[in-house]
Ligand binder design. Structure first.
Ligand code: ATP
Length: 228
């Protein structure tokens, strides 16, 4: 469905993305793995249309991406992005006005599932609560591609379990999920495909089970081998 071919993104002194190609299909959860500075966030921003690549192409169902393609993509960046004076209910209404595909009832259900108070203002929320809120707004959109940049960051170990199961339960068969995390062992349990990014390019990719069988090791051990 989504195909990136030979993407390159250079900043003045850094090449963030270097000849990177990958493909994602609906019904799968993909892990975007790599150490700090390897290019994961830049890649997501390029796919979300927030950063323009210097070269390379991105297509959805064979059609080059335009500003209209943005409706197919729900992107959750690492940064929190809420107005502090709004409470969770207001934030839901704001998103509903912004995105035609935003399901307010689903959002309220997700708030309850993540034990967030609909009346609490963003400015009074802890970083872990804001992390959950970001996930709730992102999963409430009916998008074909869901990109979550570090969804488990700042979330305690008990809540992480819940978030992982919430993500898995709220993904339909016609949605593709691309998720980055440094918590590789936690991602390993749920992803069915892994992309290993190093210096802005994809150095290994494949079906998680096939990779484990062919290499005789876990995704975590492959990660350690590639990046040690
Ligand atoms: N706006 C920018 N200007 C200049 N350099 C940038 C910019 N954004 C990213 N970079 C550089 O591009 C490279 C890739 O950064 P990116 O944020 O994509 O990595 P990452 O894999 O997401 O890292 P992390 O795991 O730490 O979030 C890094 O060397 C970074 O310093």
């Amino acid at each position: 469905m989504l195909k990136c071919e030979h993407l390159v993104k250079k900043y003045i002194t850094t090449t963030a993305i270097s000849d990177l190609s990958l493909e994602i299909e609906p019904g799968h959860i993909y892990a975007l793995l790599g150490p700090n500075g390897s290019g994961k966030s830049t890649l997501m921003k390029i796919i979300a249309g927030l950063v323009k690549p210097d070269s390379g192409t991105i297509t959805i169902d064979g059609v080059p991406m335009t500003y209209r393609s943005k409706k197919d993509i729900a992107y959750m960046p690492t940064e929190a992005f809420f107005f502090g004076y709004m409470n969770c209910k207001d934030i839901g209404k704001y998103y509903k006005d912004f995105f035609d595909d935003f399901d307010y009832d689903k959002y309220m259900g997700l708030l309850a599932e993540m034990e967030l108070n609909p009346d609490q203002k963003a400015k009074s929320m802890s970083s872990g609560m804001l992390a959950k809120l970001k996930i709730a707004v992102t999963l409430s959109r009916d998008s074909r591609i869901v990109m979550l940049d570090e969804p488990l960051n700042g979330i305690d170990i008990i809540a992480r379990e819940k978030i992982i199961s919430t993500i898995v339960r709220n993904i339909s068969d016609d949605t593709a999920v691309l998720m980055s995390s440094h918590l590789v062992d936690e991602l390993e349990r749920i992803v069915d495909h892994a992309f290993f990014i190093k210096n802005g390019t994809c150095v290994l990719q494949g079906d998680a089970e096939e990779l484990r069988v062919s290499r005789g090791k876990s995704i975590v051990d492959m990660y350690k081998e590639i990046y040690a």
